[in-house]
Design a protein around this ligand. Structure first.
Ligand code: SF4
Length: 218
């Protein structure tokens, strides 16, 4: 485990995070969020989902087209791939809380298609308010950063994903943070052989999650 300096829990930008008596209350409050402009074009806010006492919180980037329409995180192709990889790593997704660093879909229109666009630093920072609120209520044993946006949000600064991938970083609060890729990366690999190898690597990263789940639930 490698010690890195990180903000206090919530391990996001500063201590300015949402506060509420429950995740449902935070979700409700986030529906009226105007902290950045992404609410304007998105269909709805897509808040996290899962047990309020989850031992593990998986953090992705932002909702995609499917998630935006469904109002639920990780229900599109990348979410299905995440489910498969968690299953192969012998981890029950229903035991984990899944969420995103940014809660509204950012896209650009190409004809009728809505193409995913990466959130910028200001949007990530603005939305860390909600991620911080989720983490503060759940207080997980492990946070998993799925991709560079999540890692940036959780550390409050740029940390090289490629260099840190597969590591469990120790934040100053002691909350371990597992660094890995976002499953959408696997969907973009054209070569079948490379994709299979990348998938194995991702599953091997996820296998580390098991030791943070309650023993009887493994
Ligand atoms: S992306 Fe996050 S910060 Fe921006 S409006 Fe939506 S909920 Fe608020």
């Amino acid at each position: 485990m490698t010690a890195l300096r990180a903000p206090k829990l919530p391990p996001v930008f500063g201590t300015d995070h949402a506060e509420g008596s429950s995740l449902g209350k935070l979700h409700h409050d986030a529906e009226d969020c105007r902290r950045c402009d992404l609410y304007r074009d998105a269909t709805q806010v897509v808040f996290g989902e899962g047990p309020k006492d989850a031992a593990v919180v998986l953090v992705g980037e932002q909702p995609g087209d499917h998630e935006d329409l469904a109002g639920r995180p990780f229900v599109g192709p990348a979410g299905r791939l995440l489910d498969e990889c968690l299953h192969e790593a012998e981890i029950d997704r229903s035991l984990c809380y899944v969420t995103n660093a940014v809660k509204h879909f950012k896209f650009e229109l190409r004809g009728k298609r809505r193409l995913h666009t990466r959130p910028n630093a200001g949007e990530i920072k603005a939305c860390a308010f909600w991620l911080g609120g989720e983490l503060d209520l759940i207080r997980p044993s492990l946070i998993v950063a799925l991709g560079a946006t999540a890692l940036y949000s959780l550390m409050g600064r740029s940390v090289g994903l490629t260099k840190r991938r597969g590591e469990v970083l120790e934040t100053v609060t002691g909350t371990p943070l597992l660094v890995t890729i976002h499953p959408s990366y696997l969907l973009r690999i054209r070569s079948r052989g490379d994709a299979a190898e990348a998938r194995r690597h991702f599953i091997s990263d996820l296998e580390q999650v098991k030791s943070y789940l309650p023993r009887q639930e493994q």
